[in-house]
Design a protein around this ligand. Structure first.
Ligand code: NAD
Ligand code: 6OD
Length: 486
């Protein structure tokens, strides 16, 4: 049994209200442990600690000194790799095979990349003529924004939290993190790593709890917070944007998607099948960048559907520690209920169920877990809710198309604009089509191939702003222009 406390000013502490909530294993439905729910008083203490730490040793360090400490944080994650892996997989149910390749290494990489990036982050300077002929110099300098609230989701807990904490700290800010109530373990463990790496108390704080009337709202509504960075659902993003409006605070929102894959008949079929399998089913479909709408050029349609279903039917569902497990459960019974409601809705809306569509047979010991079958549908109308709404489960709808114009229109017929994938061996077509898709992140002949220096974010209901590389550093810093008269 774990006991997860809040981490404030370098110390683990109980909730001042004495309130705790359950942390449940999604594979079995069993209790993993108790989590201390931060009260408004606890959140206030965390924000004050973060404010004070801005003016302590952290605020006086050079970028290089802070960078060296953040490399030690990355070292610490790597040294305790197995603990992070076990904690992440216990919280989420995801396979060790996946988390050991993606989630935990990225937890370290997010610190290393931004620790180094700040050293090469230049500002602008101008020589300005003046009437006396002496001139002036204008130089822009960057400063940390201050106390950053980081609100993170449950699907890639360590990866997505450090994706924000890394650049925020590298830029000299301090942070208060509110991890998802479903997955508090790795964020909590990071507190120990921060202390061991020599991060001064108050620079990294963690408050646990829920959204409304709990730690999430207490934090985002706190006037001591200078900027908010959020990853999660679009509806929550809207609430957070309203909270940020008070005091005109900056906000970065990475939200949901209903991402299309466009498969042309001239693609490399093996690669398109392999990539689409990953983009639909990785992490049990709980990836914001994942594909839920697949459009296949008509001559390839029947073969593509058959092959995708055949490959997905071979997935081995199981517990995280089994090296053969391809897919775990969903994150919770509540999320399972939501995904199964969409599975039922698909049938009501007239889908042909090509694969899955229900709850798999699992051993008795896993019967209370959040299991769902990998699922593929065809034949839904374009206005079906299943084709329009983000499900966030291991499922997709496949539809044939005849022309480039048609598939571009179909791909863009959504309120979201996060990611897309285009599969074709024709480079001209790849570029022509890609530029017409309204989304922030587009992969050609690949999916989730990440370079952390690239802009990351969505259009329309998928978010606001860009993070990644220089864009993260821009968000986490304030520019000040200094004009010096000679
Ligand atoms: P969510 O919006 O329910 O929760 C995200 C976080 O916000 C949690 O920590 C939650 O406690 C907190 N929260 C909820 N209500 C709040 C409130 N009123 N005030 C302050 N905080 C509040 O999202 P989720 O269910 O954890 O994650 C799944 C969603 O996240 C999906 O929609 C997915 O597409 C999206 N997502 C987007 C990206 C991206 O980069 N664009 C990445 C991962 C997940
Ligand atoms: O790779 C990343 O940096 C990132 N933000 C991934 C988001 C995945 C969504 O579930």
């Amino acid at each position: 049994m774990t006991e997860t406390k809040n981490f404030i000013n370098g110390c683990y502490c109980d909730s001042s209200s004495g309130k705790t909530f359950d942390n449940i294993n999604p594979c079995t439905g069993e209790l993993i442990g108790k989590v201390h729910e931060a009260s408004a008083k606890d959140v206030d203490r965390a924000v004050r600690a973060a404010r004070k730490a801005l003016y302590g040793p952290w605020g006086k360090m050079t970028d290089m000194e802070r960078g060296a400490i953040l490399h030690r944080v990355a070292d610490g994650i790597e040294a305790r790799f197995d603990e992070f892996l076990a904690a992440e997989c216990a919280d989420t149910g995801k396979p060790y095979k996946l988390a050991s390749h993606i989630d935990i290494p990225r937890g370290a990489a997010n610190f290393r990349l931004f620790a180094d990036a700040v050293a090469n982050f230049a500002t602008e300077a101008f020589q300005t003529p003046t009437p006396d002929g002496q001139g002036a110099f204008n130089v822009a300098v960057r400063k940390p924004k201050g106390v950053i609230a980081v609100i993170s989701p449950w699907n890639l807990p360590l990866l997505l939290m450090t994706w924000k904490v890394g650049p925020a700290l590298a830029s000299g800010n301090t942070v208060v993190v509110k991890p998802s109530e479903e997955t508090p373990l790795t964020t909590s463990l990071l507190g120990e790593v921060m202390n061991d790496a020599g991060v001064p108390p108050g620079v990294f704080n963690v408050v646990n709890g829920f959204g409304p009337d709990s730690a999430g709202a207490f934090l985002t509504e706190h006037s001591g917070v200078d900027a908010i960075t959020f990853t999660g659902e679009t509806r929550t993003g809207e609430i957070i944007a309203r909270a940020a409006a008070a005091g005109l605070r900056d906000v970065s929102l990475e939200c949901g998607g209903k991402n299309p894959s466009l498969v042309f008949a001239d693609c490399d079929l093996e690669k398109a099948i392999e990539g689409t399998l990953r983009s639909v089913f990785s992490n049990c479909g709980q990836v914001c960048l994942g594909t839920e709408r697949v459009y296949v050029e008509r001559p390839l349609f029947a073969e593509f559907v058959r092959r995708l279903a055949q490959e997905a039917s071979n997935f081995k569902l199981g517990v995280p520690t089994d090296p053969d497990t391809d897919m775990g459960p969903l994150v919770s019974r509540e999320h399972q209920k939501k995904v199964l409601a969409y599975y039922a809705l698909a049938r009501e809306e007239g889908a042909t169920v090509v694969l899955g569509g229900g709850v798999p047979d699992v051993p008795e010991s896993l019967a209370n877990g959040a299991w769902v079958e990998p699922t593929i549908w065809t034949d839904l109308p374009d206005d079906a809710r299943v084709v329009r709404e983000e499900i966030f489960g291991p499922c997709c709808h496949i539809r044939p198309f005849d022309t480039e114009e048609e598939v571009i229109e179909l791909a863009n017929d959504t309120t979201y604009g996060l990611a897309a994938a285009v599969w074709t061996e024709n480079v001209s077509r790849a570029l022509r089509v890609s530029r017409q898709i309204d989304c922030g992140i587009l992969w050609v002949n690949s999916w989730f191939l990440r370079d952390l220096r690239t802009p990351f974010g969505g259009t329309k209901h998928s978010g606001l702003g860009r993070e990644g590389g220089v864009h993260s550093l821009e968000f986490y810093t304030e520019l000040q222009n200094i004009c010096i008269k000679v």
